[in-house]
Design a protein around this ligand. Structure first.
Ligand code: G16
Length: 548
């Protein structure tokens, strides 16, 4: 590939040259994240990677510039595969090598990637990209463009999009429109048409059927929620707060803040019993919450969404007369009560995988209908081709059971409300609202399905977080030596307790999760486990015990 030599020319001019000796990791789910000021050269290299990935896949791929839930000064970059999935795991190593390669070796590393993956260099690459609302994103988009321009590939710059919107665009392009139209209007039209078919606002005499208060995390989700509201007629009234007009991205607001702190965000006048929800910075996560009559804050996180969705879809599948395998995929963060509810009340199979959407997405694809949600609110539903075709067949049948046909018709609308490419805060909100409408439930009735075990998450700063190595879907550690025994010993002193630790893939910290039968015990357990991590894994800075 002759274009590769122009990479060296650019680097010789000191543009986008590697500016540090530090080693970086590129992960499939989170891509790469760090302080935005240090990232232009990394984004440039990810641009080169995306061109090779497109040639390898012989399809359009995507690049999203975002650091999602991270603070505003951070930024990051992710690569999206042709069907809207995350980049293949086998490319993670090459991505990491490309980022860490010395400038003088970059040409060779690119060539090695071409050889390793037997890439047809003549294939015309196609890369779609978008960015979130961070002030640093335009500068990083320019670095990306510089890489793409060198390869004469098809490039489409969507400007500001939510992460799931970009995933949707890439899939639409590669399925030649059968998944949808690869424009923002196409996205809004697809979702809203399906939502309106379920909600039927015309029957409600100009009154809104449902209403929500949205915390947009001062990010892209606020803009896109305002856009789709124009398509939703009187089906859903949205009051949007933290819309980015003032206030910092993800600061004391947004899905991650609400989930971890288990408190309402700043900037949202949470009203009694109102359905409130928070998106994260790139609108791929959503969590719900409300204040009850006793003034208590209740959080309905990804686990509550998964149980609502799985319970409803399971009933619809049965009502359609179909024999489809429906299952739920969770991670170790899933509240123990949710897992019990899914297995013992819904009687639906549930599996646990490592953190990161790509793990959940992959496992969910084993089911005909796979519902996956991380407790943090990141998730979606996958309908296999088999499931879709069977549902459509019942729906299109000219004779047959009317009730089964009605259920199948409805299921088809649900299929189209869902963005199956990746977790999508807007699509998930519509999915939840549609199910609550079908059930006739308030947020409190939804919450009453089961009681969460009290739980606590903490962060521990250590010198090198990769010293923590995990196994069993991150529920146990294998290193440093003795840490798991120490955690087991601590946990054994608490009733109905569980705790685990794992290195974060998006921040330079170790995460601790603990649950027990009271909030005090969950807090105390988290503190003790955090202290064990600090003591045994090279703690840095404040001792957790002092923060507890
Ligand atoms: C990203 C992934 C999520 C994952 C999260 C974990 O979230 O997309 O699937 O749950 O990272 O973060 P950590 O490894 O720091 O716990 P997001 O929303 O920030 O892109």
């Amino acid at each position: 590939m002759e274009e590769i030599s122009s990479v060296s020319v650019i680097l010789r001019r000191n543009i986008f040259s590697r500016r540090t000796e530090k080693t970086f990791n590129f992960t499939e789910s989170a891509g790469f994240r760090g302080k935005a000021v240090d990232l232009d050269w990394i984004v440039f290299r990810v641009g080169l990677l995306s061109v090779l990935y497109s040639k390898y896949k012989k399809a359009t791929v995507g690049v999203m510039i975002t650091a999602s839930h991270n603070p505003e000064p951070d930024n990051g970059v992710k690569v999206v595969g042709p069907m809207g999935e995350m980049m293949e795991g086998s490319w993670e190593l090459s991505a990491t090598e490309l980022i860490n390669s010395r400038d003088e070796d970059l040409e060779l590393t690119l060539q090695q990637t071409i050889n390793n993956f037997c890439i047809d260099a003549t294939w015309p690459a196609s890369v779609y990209f978008a960015r979130d609302t961070r002030p640093s994103s335009p500068m990083l988009a320019e670095a990306l463009c510089k890489a793409l321009e060198m390869f004469h590939c098809t490039v489409k710059d969507y400007g500001i999009l939510s992460t799931p919107q970009l995933h949707y665009m890439v899939r639409c392009d590669n399925t030649h429109g059968s998944y949808g139209v690869p424009t923002e209007a196409g996205y809004y039209e697809k979702l809203s048409k399906a939502f309106l078919a379920i909600m039927q606002p015309e029957s409600n005499k100009g009154q809104y059927i449902a209403s929500v208060m949205i915390d947009g995390a001062n990010g892209v989700g606020a803009l896109k929620a305002a856009d789709i509201s124009k398509y939703l007629k009187h089906s859903l009234s949205m009051s949007i707060f933290n819309d980015g007009s003032h206030g910092k991205l993800n600061y004391k607001c947004g899905a991650d803040h609400v989930k971890v702190s288990q408190t309402a965000p700043e900037g949202v006048p949470v009203e009694l019993a109102a359905r409130c929800l928070s998106f994260d910075g790139d609108a791929d996560r959503v969590v719900y919450y409300y204040i009850d009559e006793g003034g208590k804050f209740s959080l309905l996180d990804g686990d509550k969404i998964a149980t609502l969705v799985a319970g409803f879809l399971n009933e619809m599948v049965v009502a359609s007369g179909l024999n489809l395998k429906l299952g739920v995929v969770q991670t170790a963060y899933a509240n123990g009560s949710s897992t019990n509810y899914i297995s013992n009340v819904l009687k639906v199979p549930v599996s646990c995988v490592s953190t990161g959407v790509k793990h959940l997405h992959h496992r969910a694809a084993d089911y005909d209908v796979g519902v996956y949600f991380e407790a943090n609110g990141h998730g979606t539903v996958l309908f296999s081709d088999k499931a879709f075709n069977m549902i459509r067949k019942i729906s299109n049948a000219e004779s047959g059971d009317t009730c089964q046909k009605e259920a199948a018709d409805k299921l088809l609308s649900f299929v189209d409300v869902v963005n199956q490419t990746v977790g999508d805060a807007i699509s998930d909100m519509l999915l939840v609202e549609a199910i609550l409408h079908e059930r006739g439930w308030s947020i409190q009735q939804w919450n009453d399905l089961y009681n969460d075990l009290p739980n606590r998450q903490m962060k521990v700063k250590v010198r090198e977080r990769t010293v923590i190595v995990t196994t069993d879907a991150e529920r146990k550690t294998t290193a440093p030596a003795g840490l798991q025994d120490r955690i087991d010993e601590i946990v054994s002193k608490y009733p109905v307790a569980r705790a685990f630790v794992r290195p974060s893939g998006t921040e330079d910290i170790v995460r601790v999760y603990a649950e027990s039968d009271t909030q005090e015990k969950a807090d105390s357990l988290a503190c003790k486990v955090a202290q064990a991590v600090y003591d045994m894994a090279g703690g840095d800075g404040d001792r957790p015990a002092e923060l507890c």
